[in-house]
Design a protein around this ligand. Structure first.
Ligand code: EPU
Length: 334
């Protein structure tokens, strides 16, 4: 039997070195239960590998989700119900939904990764989150092999959070997502970088395709392309603080960007990191991106452990200087 380990470097967008003793690619849902019976649950599930930091370098069994398929399930005058299999690349699925006349995902254009990962961290950008559109998530319980449908209200969605990120949620393997999209286009232009579209176009003339192109241009101008420079998007969540802490912070830092949140306020983690002098900071090949302080990048040979060390240094510097605790956004695998 060939026991040479499988390299995971090209299967995670940070591009860090790690290996799997066995690597199974999931192409068909019906092949999963027999795999589970034969080998047990995997110790790592990968989709696009764009929201993980592999600190650990050696994994026993890794499954790669490549379940493909996109379907329009139903349509009426208001809603288009869409089913996307978990292994479908996200951005191509967004483009496909628009081509079907199913609107709502345009602000989420160009987010890296696969459709199955979208509910896990409740992907969000430019004023929109996937939770707004989830009808239900089809997932296999890896403890039993049974397939369940979790309705949106069972998924515990919050800012960059869902049940799938909680310790008990780790047992789910997402097979497909079903979305309720809109049959009519209504733009969401709350984000400052998109507001100008409102001014330039009479609202009636603006198309979803124009928003998609504007979002793609914004992302390309701000965020490094993982195929050119290893990264996993925002490395920290924007922290949520109580109103009393916000007041203290604003008296020390009147410029700190913040947004209303039901528990107080959401702060800009990028601003805090930049304020601590860490934008562009580099430890070997692990660095804070020079153009966006929320993004950690791998300049080539950084290991997962080196990137994690840098992240911990950032957390402790920001905490010592400002009292704010930053939480990682990607899943950290120790
Ligand atoms: N800012 C700085 N320094 C920087 C970068 C930004 O001070 O180096 C300030 C900006 O001036 C702005 C504020 O931070 O006032 C917010 O910046 P930006 O609009 O770039 O958004 P973000 O808070 O850094 C979040 C999401 C992104 C999403 C954008 C747009 C999180 C953790 N990140 O970033 O999502 O694309 O808003 O909606 O919520 C991701 O999750 O991977 C991701 C890229």
């Amino acid at each position: 039997m060939n026991t040479a380990p499988h390299a995971l470097k090209t299967l995670n967008t940070f591009g860090v070195e790690a290996w799997a003793q066995s690597l199974h690619t999931l192409h068909k849902p019906e092949a999963i239960a027999p795999l589970l019976d034969q080998h047990g649950a995997p110790d790592l599930l990968l989709g696009g590998g764009s929201n993980v930091l592999l600190v650990q370098q050696s994994f026993q069994q890794v499954w790669l989700n490549r379940l493909m398929g996109r379907t329009v399930l139903a349509r009426d005058t208001r809603t288009v119900r869409i089913r996307l299999q978990a292994g479908e690349p996200w951005d191509a699925a967004v483009a496909w939904c628009l081509a079907q006349g199913a609107f709502g995902l345009e602000n989420l254009s160009l987010i890296p990764g696969c459709c199955g990962a979208a509910p896990i961290q409740n992907i969000g950008a430019y004023g929109v989150e996937i939770a707004q559109f989830i009808h239900r998530v089809e997932a296999m319980d890896l403890n039993s092999g049974a397939v369940h449908h979790l309705a949106a209200n069972e998924c515990d969605f919050a800012y960059r959070h869902s049940i799938f990120r909680s310790p008990e949620g780790k047992r789910w393997l997402i097979l497909a997502i079903e979305l309720n999209l809109s049959a009519t286009f209504q733009p969401t232009l709350d984000y400052p970088g998109l507001r100008q579209l409102d001014d330039q176009n009479a609202a009636a003339e603006l198309t979803a395709q124009q928003i998609r192109q504007a979002v793609i241009a914004l992302r390309r101008s701000k965020l490094p392309d993982p195929s050119l420079l290893g990264n996993a998007g925002s490395f920290f969540k924007n922290p949520i603080v109580a109103s009393t802490q916000l007041e203290q912070l604003l008296s020390a830092y009147p410029q700190l960007p913040h947004w209303p949140h039901e528990q107080g306020a959401k702060l800009s983690a990028a601003w805090l990191i930049q304020h601590c002098g860490l934008k562009g900071y580099r430890q070997g090949d692990a660095a804070v991106h020079a153009n966006h302080a929320l993004i950690l990048v791998n300049h080539g040979m950084a290991s997962g452990a080196e990137l994690w060390q840098l992240a911990q240094n950032i957390q402790s510097t920001v905490h010592q200087k400002t009292g704010v605790r930053l939480e990682p956004e990607p899943q950290i695998l120790h």
